[in-house]
Write a protein that binds this ligand. Structure first.
Ligand SMILES: *Cc1c(COP(=O)(O)O)cnc(C)c1O
Length: 373
């Protein structure tokens, strides 16, 4: 019995063909037909211009810069998230402030966001941007988020790293914000081993592409009038992405099926509630998450983690909120109790699209065993 991981890459048959074509043609660097093709296919899917970069973090960094974020600015960010949603704020010399989750969706609370924007407007200090994170395959409630931001004329970056394939009121994650960032890290729903995509207007995408290639002007000599980065995705990895993108619908269906098997297999276990699927959209169930009520279950979330680890099953707590991170302890937080509670009681179970039925039964068996004690 091997270790069961949280979320592993799941390749199909076309990735090797596309990446092999890149190798065979010697287009193995940061330009080439696979890169162009991957960006075109992604842009066609989202209906928005797209630029492929080395990571989701790089996409967020470039996206925030495209929104004009710089030294001294404030950026509001979802409190419950992975640290990569926030670090680029600091890369740019700006300061994050955190907005708590809505208990019904786990995403940024639109009501708290509106309050935070009001309070800042009264002080005459408008944040430079809002980073709203789509968590675990589900979209944030974009309608009220966008309404609040428009009222205060604050641009929005969607961190859609975990939500490729998710929808909100029929529209895809990544089509709402002024800019949106995706990740193709190995644990995401599709992967390029590592990579990301920035989605925005034609003009912003052109600027981001320029910055991602050391801001080198189109001249014979090396000419730079702006600060750039080495952030471009490799053409070989774009080949992997091309193959993976063809599989997205299948992977979404598989992840949702994994979630459904947990839901059914644990339905009669008291004190264990699945992450709610918001009524306004479809979640990809990138990760299957549950909330533990220790009294009902007769065991804590940490008891579950210990039992699963002992059975060689990789499970994780829900993200530790940013306001609890030593790195960001000095930053302002609007609320934080909901995110702290989700972190204290939330668990992410193995959710790979390749997870076998037997392996999943093993996970369910461990949890049911803990619940009986
Ligand atoms: C994975 C992830 C990122 C970062 O993506 P990388 O490709 O690993 O840099 C950013 N935000 C969230 C919410 C993520 O889950």
């Amino acid at each position: 019995m091997g270790r069961i991981h949280l979320s592993v890459p799941h390749l199909g048959e076309q990735e090797a063909r596309h990446a092999g074509a890149a190798l065979a043609s010697n287009w193995v660097s940061s330009v080439g037909p696979q890169l162009d093709g991957f960006e075109r296919a992604f842009a066609a899917r989202l209906g928005r211009p797209s630029v492929a970069v080395a990571s989701g973090t790089a996409a967020i960094h470039l996206g925030l810069r495209a929104l004009g974020v710089g030294p001294g600015d404030e950026v509001l960010v979802s409190d419950l998230t992975f640290v990569a949603s926030v670090n680029p704020v600091r890369y740019l010399g700006a300061t994050p402030a955190f907005v708590d989750s809505d208990p019904d969706t786990w995403m940024m609370s639109p009501g708290l966001l509106a309050e935070a924007l009001e309070a800042r407007a009264r002080r005459g200090r408008r944040p430079k941007a809002v980073v709203v994170v789509h968590l675990y395959g589900q979209c944030a409630d974009m309608e009220p988020v966008l309404a609040a931001c428009r009222r205060h004329d604050v641009p929005v970056l969607e961190d859609a790293a975990e939500a490729l394939g998710a929808t909100c009121r029929g529209a895809a994650a990544g089509t709402f914000g002024d800019v949106a960032a995706f990740s193709f890290n190995g644990n995401k729903i599709i992967t390029t081993s590592g990579g990301g995509m920035l989605v925005a207007s034609e003009e912003r995408v052109a600027r981001a592409r320029h910055w991602a290639t050391q801001a080198r002007a189109a001249r014979a000599e090396y000419h730079h009038d702006e600060l750039g980065y080495n952030y471009r995705l490799s053409n070989v990895l774009a080949g992997i992405g091309l193959g993976q993108l063809e599989l997205l619908e299948t992977r979404v269906a598989q992840r949702r099926a994994v979630f459904e098997r947990y839901r059914a297999g644990l339905a009669d276990v008291p004190g264990l509630a699945p992450m709610p699927e918001a009524p306004y959209g479809t979640s990809t169930r990138w990760l299957s998450c549950f909330l533990v009520d220790a009294e009902g279950l007769g065991a804590t979330r940490d008891d579950l983690l210990v039992a699963l680890a002992a059975a060689d099953v990789e499970a994780r707590p829900v993200w530790k909120p940013m306001h609890l991170q030593p790195l960001y302890a000095s930053c302002e937080a609007v609320g934080g109790r909901v995110a702290a509670d989700l972190y204290a009681r939330g668990i992410c179970l193995p959710s790979s699209s390749s997870l076998s039925g037997e392996d999943q039964e093993r996970v369910i068996g461990v949890i049911r065993g803990v619940a009986r004690t």
